[in-house]
Design a protein around this ligand. Sequence first.
Ligand SMILES: [Mg+2]
Length: 286
Amino acid sequence: MSNKTAPQRGRQALLIFTDLDGTLLDHYSYSFEAAQLALEVLERLKIPWIPNTSKTLAELQPLRIQLDHSGPFVVENGAAIYIPLDHPLARFASSDETGGYAVHRFGKLRSELLAVLEPLRSRYCFTGFSELSPSSLSQLTGLTRVQAQQALQREYSEPLHWRDTDTALVDMRLEMAESGLQLLRGGRFVHLMGKHDKADALRWLAGQMDEVTTVALGDGENDIAMLRAADIPVIIRSPVHPPIQLPDRADALVTAGLGPVGWSEAVLKILSTYDSKAVADARLKE
Ligand SMILES: [Mg+2]
């Protein structure tokens, strides 16, 4: 952790938004074991935490079971919020209902994205998820074949394995902006999507609740908007690139530990200003 300290916010309700890959989940192994203690303290204190990820609904469903997560979650870089129908916020979602969730959508449909992308394949060097088989995606990422199948089931975004120069990426970004789309660099892929980001979901959810202090944790470029929009931004250190920069948020925490180790470190630090006894008790039982 940097030498900055978490703000003292007493007992004001906390709402935590977290990226998954490289943040709560280890960049290489996808394990969240190092964050288990912090997750248990959150559970004990009944502090909600919201996965806010580039992952798809199909990927999130099995992962939420492993994480024992209930409550709302955000998929595909802020494209849509899924809220279980029995959750108090479900009635505020304005889009549709699917598979037991109310959906509040910010994104464009993937079919629209692929139509815009098609003529660009001859001018830029990239491979989109729509061209990948589960086994080739599993080779690129280390995901199992089943996980790769789930990652390919996208509704609102098209990740690209970028094989062109950084200058070409800037050029393509400009072209996409003219079509009302954007390209965001994540931990592994460049994501083509509508003009929404993880901050839209944070603002919408926080806006439905009274007097909430938001915490956001992330490690990638696609987390910057979410971190900037949060009351307490936490930059998770990555094993594969330098920490992301938030020039206008000198108050951001930067973890010492990588991925879920840093996640646990930051969450416990923030929670100890919120309920130091609960954190001390949990550490004793460790
Ligand atoms: Mg990440």
